[in-house]
Design a protein around this ligand. Structure first.
Ligand code: HEC
Ligand code: HEC
Length: 205
């Protein structure tokens, strides 16, 4: 399972090189409605379950916007937000949010909880076959921009908990293109491990 994911991914990374870049200024011009929920700076959502977008990589953002627009990723609150937008509009929005400086807050857990989460982040959980997050999301949480692996650094903990739970329960399947890697990872995590990781990521940079 793990291997199939990896093999599928290496060909995708090569294929991604053709993707053209958006225009951040044209993206900014469209971002007024987005700011109502994701904040003026793209990093201060009006609700902790709303993701930070600022500094997220362009390729990941563009792909998610396509998936949200086509409803393959179902986000009720964003219904209608991307209606009528062209592929170029989505690329421009992705470029705009990628150009904004990311924000990091702090983990709120005690030292023991943070050390445990850090252990999973850096080393995975061997006994359960959970892959180390660093391999794809980088040691400082910055992700892998050319491959479109998302940055997790400073992401709102409540949002991360919701995503990992959604992957685990199969409600989010946007990782299909990457061999189902996140469902495979999350399916082995307990609620406690997810909460610990999410808190740790909020402060990781
Ligand atoms: C009414 C509130 C609202 C508005 C307006 C809104 N969003 Fe969202 N957006 C959300 C919520 C809530 C989520 C996360 C839902 C979930 O839990 O999956 C989200 C998720 C996203 C994601 C996925 C982020 C990730 O890390 O995977 C992107 C990208 C995004 N929004 C971009 C935009 C853009 C661009 C606009 C404007 C065109 C916009 N949103 C307008 C509420 C909103
Ligand atoms: C083999 C590569 C790989 C590994 C290992 C991996 N991830 Fe991911 N992760 C991805 C990819 C690719 C995506 C985007 C998938 C998608 O589009 O849904 C992703 C998405 C995510 C997201 C959603 C981000 C967002 O903005 O919505 C979270 C949270 C996440 N990973 C956390 C983790 C954690 C925690 C670990 C370790 C326990 C981990 N990942 C291990 C590749 C990986």
């Amino acid at each position: 399972m793990q291997f199939r994911g990896w093999l599928g991914m290496s060909s995708l990374i090569v294929a991604s090189a053709v993707y053209g870049a958006g225009d951040p200024e044209a993206g900014q011009a469209q971002s007024l409605t987005c700011a109502a929920c994701h904040g003026e700076d793209g990093a201060t959502g009006i609700d902790p379950t709303y993701p930070n977008l600022a500094g997220q990589n362009e390729r990941y953002l563009f792909r998610q916007l396509q998936l949200i627009q086509s409803n393959e990723r179902n986000i009720l609150l964003m219904t209608g937000q991307l209606l009528g937008k062209s592929e170029q509009d989505l690329a421009d929005l992705a470029a705009y949010y990628a150009s904004l400086p990311g924000k990091v807050s702090q983990a709120s857990g005690d030292d023991q909880a943070i050390t445990k989460a850090q252990g999973i982040y850096r080393g995975g959980i061997l006994a359960k076959g959970v892959a180390a997050c660093t391999a794809c999301h980088s040691p400082v949480g910055g992700g892998n921009a050319p491959a479109g692996f998302p940055s997790l650094s400073g992401q709102s903990a409540a949002y991360t908990v919701a995503q990992l739970t959604d992957y685990r329960e199969g409600r989010r399947a946007t990782d299909e293109e990457y061999g189902g890697v996140m469902r495979d990872v999350a399916e082995r995590l307990t609620d406690g491990e997810i909460a610990g990781l999410a808190d740790y990521l909020q402060g990781l940079h």
